[in-house]
Structure formats: C-alpha cells, structure tokens
Design a protein around this ligand. Structure first.
Ligand code: PLP
Length: 369
C-alpha cells in the first residue's frame, strides 16, 4: 500500500460536478472580485461559525494581520502568542510592528497553557492570540476571563480548527476578531489561497472590509492606508460548495483518529493526542510524540507512508526571530515537541484498512528498536 500524508481525491471527486458548475457560473458572470459569490460564502460561513460577520480575505496570515490592524495594535505593544505554533501567528504580530510574547503550551493538549498567560502580561500587552492547534479547541473560557480581567483583546487563530468547540461554543466565535485560513490542506480548504476574519462586532467587520480593499469604503475614496487582501469570487464559490460537506468530513476525521487511538494504544513510547475536558478536536492533524521520531519517520517513509512534522523549528529558534534574542532552552516544551512530534496521515476518505496498515507499520517499528 501507498498512503500519502494527505489525499484530496476523496473530498473533491464526489463533488467535482458542483465545483465545475461553480467555476462555470463565475466565468459566465464575468465578475471576479467582491461579488455575489463572496457575499454568499461570507454569510454561509458566518452562520456556520455562529458569528454575525465573516469577511473573506486572501489567506490566513492576512486574516490575522487585518484583525490586529483593525484593533489598532501597533508599535510598542505586545501580543501574547503560543511558543508552539505555525510561524504565521507570530508573523502577523510582526507585520503590525508589535512584539510577540511567547507562552509555553500545555504539555498534554499542545495548546497555549492558560495558567502561564498571566505571568506574560505587562502594561504593554494589548491582545492574546490563542491558536487551536492541530484542530483542538483551546480552553477559551479561561482565556476570555483572563482577557476581560486585564482588558485585552482576544484574536483566535482558527486556521486549523474549523468546527471545533469549547464548552459547546465554536472556535472563531469567542474572540473580538478571529482569523482563519482556507489554505487547501485545511479542514475547509479552497482550491488556492483564501482566509477569513470572523466577529460579532459590526464596526470591526466593516474596518476589516475597508482594510482588505485598499482602505477604500467607496470606490476610489480612501480613508486609510489599506491592502489588497481580498478573497476572489472563484475561491468563494468553491468554498461555498465545500462548506456543505465540512461536518461530514470532520466526522470522518474523528473516526480515523479513534481508529488510530485504538490500534496505537500500546505502541512503544508513543504519546497519542489528548483531548482537554470541555474541548472537541476536529483532527486537522493527528500528532503523536516519540523520542524515536526521526527513525520512525524514516521507517514509515520506507514503507510508503507519508508523514510530516508540525513543526520542526519553533518560532523562537527561527532565524527570522533572532532579534528577539531567544536561545535554545527558553521554551523547553515547544522545543521538545519540535524534536518528538510526528503527524500521521489523516484525510477524509481514509479507510480502516489504511489506518491498520499505518498502525501495523508503527508497531513493527517498535519491535525493531
Ligand atoms: C495556525 C496557523 N495560523 C495561520 C496560518 C496561515 O494561513 P495561510 O497559509 O492561509 O496564510 C496557518 C496555515 O498555514 C496555520 O496553520
């Protein structure tokens, strides 16, 4: 068997006619930006995400950037971000010339540890950006309480967790402004780059709409220095089709994860994903840990099983962030994850026999060490 890390075919082939119809509709309408397709997707996604507004933008990184800018976060201000995240969360803070302040993850959920946030708050802190990493909701109850106490904004990075909940409330609906990504590999992915900002606040939604479109509230009238960060009609049309299938795909992801949980229960020193009480996990990624990570990855590659590492270098050790003057040892939990984590194949359409093949290979590997 050959098991790729990610395979889109089971998602896209059954809906290929619908996707082609969307393409034809956009082509025939001759309207490619800021039109009906985007309006419709924005309203469907807002309904899905249980927020009053969703604003379609160019990608997830731009969504976070626009959210920070709309909240007027800038130079001299600090934003709390997880030490264990994809670099985009931290880059967005750099784009507005604010300072990212890193906080370690909870060692079990891998998400930012709410009990460590308070110690990182200073008089310059303006916002907390929790990331629902790998598809599991952060403890938003505690994060929102802390933010309220210190009068901070919350911007959720919901790129990896469409549809996850904490205490039954959906991620991307807790913060003042939230960013998400519709990068193709995400749980809800476009057929190219796309992203979104969600909020319940009409004024903030309008600010993001203006900022994504050159700072223009009316064609050729520019009140602020904005960007060209719009989601195009084609991606909006594709996303509207895919959104209807998201919950079914999420259920498949959760089923696949539970098969892995059963079959890998006693595999060597493997640490399996843990779900925090109150949180749901939509398994954007199924991430395990082992001290033999590099050998295991090599073994799986030799057995035609694709894996990835999310992420091999934590943001504080990236060259891009050398100016923050962090060194190895500053964020040991994020560093340990970078050294030991491995993401196993997981995609809607993956069958039990595929999971069994991956799990058997992992069990065999542990017999060899
Ligand atoms: C946690 C997180 N934040 C932000 C992003 C940025 O999204 P995009 O690739 O759409 O810019 C991603 C994905 O790439 C991500 O995983």
């Amino acid at each position: 068997m050959n098991i790729p890390f990610l395979d889109f075919s089971n998602m896209h082939m059954p809906i290929s006619e619908e996707l082609k119809n969307s393409f034809s509709r956009v082509l025939n309408r001759n309207w490619y930006l800021l039109g009906k397709e985007l309006e419709e997707f924005e309203s469907n996604y807002a309904a899905y995400n249980k927020t009053n507004f969703a604003v379609g933008v160019s990608n997830g990184l731009d969504a976070l950037h626009l959210a920070l800018q709309a909240l007027e976060i800038g130079p001299g201000m600090e934003v709390i971000v997880p030490s264990n995240t994809y670099i985009a969360t931290v880059l967005a803070v750099s784009y507005v010339d604010a300072t990212p302040v890193l906080v370690e993850p909870d060692p079990q959920s891998y998400n930012i540890d709410p009990s460590k946030i308070e110690a990182a708050i200073t008089s310059r802190t303006k916002a907390i950006m929790p990331v629902h990493l790998y598809g599991q909701a952060c403890n938003m109850e505690e994060i929102m309480k802390m933010a309220d106490r210190h009068e901070l904004y919350v911007i959720e990075d919901n790129a990896q967790a469409h549809g996850a909940t904490f205490n039954n409330k959906i991620t991307g609906s807790w913060g003042h402004l939230n960013g998400t990504s519709f990068y193709p590999g995400k749980n809800l992915g476009a057929l190219g780059d796309a992203g979104g900002v969600t909020t319940n606040d009409a004024d903030l939604a309008q600010k993001v709409r203006v900022l994504r479109n050159y700072g223009s509230h009316k064609k050729y009238y520019n009140d602020v220095i904005g960007h060209n960060m719009r989601m195009d009609e084609l991606q909006a049309a594709f996303l509207a089709v895919k959104l209807k299938h998201l919950d079914a795909w999420t259920q498949q992801r959760q089923q696949i994860a539970s098969w892995y949980n059963e079959t890998l229960n006693n595999a060597g020193d493997l640490i399996l994903p843990f779900t925090t009480p109150g949180a749901t996990h939509v398994y954007h990624l199924y991430v395990v840990q082992t001290q033999y990570r590099d050998q295991l990855q090599k073994y799986l590659t030799e057995n035609n099983i694709g894996t990835l590492i999310h992420y091999p270098v934590p943001p504080h050790l990236q060259k891009a962030y050398a100016h923050l003057n962090h060194k190895k040892g500053d964020f040991p939990l994020a560093e340990k994850l970078a050294d030991t984590c491995l993401s196993l194949p997981l995609w809607p359409g993956m069958e039990k026999r595929h999971v069994d093949y991956v799990s058997a290979a992992i069990l065999n590997f542990f017999k060899t060490i």
